[in-house]
Ligand binder design. Structure first.
Ligand code: NAD
Ligand code: MLT
Length: 308
């Protein structure tokens, strides 16, 4: 009988499906590390994770029953895929379940940053009624640059359009014709959009090409007073360069949900004026977590039952 280990917290709907899956047994064992993790994983046929657990080469290599891992979410950066392939372990993800929630979070951060929602509330609860300190910026009529026009980038574009923003996009796999249909002006590279955008948001994976996509050199050519959002992966923006850009008054705001090393509690940006940050909450809605949990269980149980 195939067995499954759940390595990170999974929505109840996913666990209910595992309960109902005939011929499958499962255990929930979260927070495992090192030898405990390796030992546990090796005893199960399938594993389900989110981003908390790190499935490194050490964990995946050696004598093991493991045949498949499903990531309940998009990014599989916490799984060493080369080691998994060598060990004959299939890696799957659930790419669409959290698209809308993450796009909504990017828009929420853009608006929160533009209207100083977090510091204004903090000032209020500290006993101040300070209307002058929090002059904001309206997003309607402003230009939003979107790097990465995949599932989340396009969902952000649709929402920003409804907010009456002008859109410029870059994605090597998007055709100019399709972009035009979607109301997005497609440019040939990121550098072309930088002097024109009031807001910049990135929705790509972290790759050699996207690491430090925005650093000192790029900030220098940005429109003065631009605001930047990252709900994709930490490391796409160079945080030290963003902090310098804010200090110099070159950029007006930064909104981050993701960090180069997570969990992160000491970014150079934390506490700076114009900054709003959340602890990787893009996909943290009831709806998204239910959807990715259900999809992850369906994928894994189908694979373990039929091998497909
Ligand atoms: P996707 O695969 O649908 O879209 C990614 C897009 O990026 C693709 O269209 C691809 O062509 C494009 N791209 C790749 N390299 C590029 C480059 N160098 N320049 C421009 N475009 C490039 O993925 P998605 O579902 O839209 O997810 C986007 C990112 O968001 C991923 O990194 C994912 O891990 C992250 N994510 C974060 C959260 C969160 O909680 N904050 C939630 C879900 C996804
Ligand atoms: C993802 O890649 O799906 C996100 O980062 C969300 C998550 O980790 O839950």
């Amino acid at each position: 009988m195939p067995s499954v280990i759940v390595l990170d917290p999974l929505a109840q709907e996913g666990l209910d499906l595992l309960d109902a899956a005939e011929g499958i047994t499962y255990e929930v064992r979260t927070g495992l590390k090192g030898d405990d993790l390796r030992e546990a994983v090796s005893q199960f046929d399938g594993a389900i994770c989110r981003s908390g657990v790190k499935l490194t080469s050490d964990v995946l290599t050696g004598k093991s029953k493991l045949k498949a891992v499903v990531r309940a979410g998009v990014g599989t950066d916490n799984i060493d895929k080369d080691a998994a392939t060598k060990a004959g372990v299939v890696v799957m993800n659930t790419p669409a379940g959290n698209t809308i929630s993450t796009a909504e979070h990017a828009i929420a951060l853009m608006l929160a940053m533009s209207r100083s929602i977090a510091p204004a509330y903090q000032s209020l609860i500290e006993g101040r009624w300070d209307r002058k300190a929090f002059m904001g910026a309206q997003v309607a009529g402003k230009t939003l640059g979107i790097v990465g026009l995949g599932r989340i980038g396009l969902a952000v574009a649709a929402r920003a359009k409804a907010l009456e923003m002008d859109l410029i996009g870059y994605d090597p796999f998007m055709s100019a014709e399709r972009a035009k249909q979607l109301g997005i002006e497609l440019v040939e590279n990121v550098a072309d959009m930088l002097p024109r955008v009031d807001y910049l948001t990135v929705h790509t994976p972290l790759t050699e090409e996207t690491r430090n996509l925005i650093s000192t050199e790029q900030i220098e050519v940005m429109k003065p007073g631009a605001r930047l959002i990252n709900c994709a992966r930490g490391g796409i923006y160079d945080e030290a360069a963003l902090a310098e850009g804010l200090k110099a008054g070159k950029i007006a705001g930064v909104a981050l949900d993701v960090y180069p090393d997570e969990p992160c509690t000491d970014s150079p940006l934390f506490g700076m004026p114009g900054v709003v940050c959340t602890p990787h909450l893009g996909a943290s809605t009831e709806e998204a977590q239910t959807q990715v949990a259900v999809e992850a269980v369906e994928l894994l149980t189908a694979y373990l039952s039929t091998g497909a």
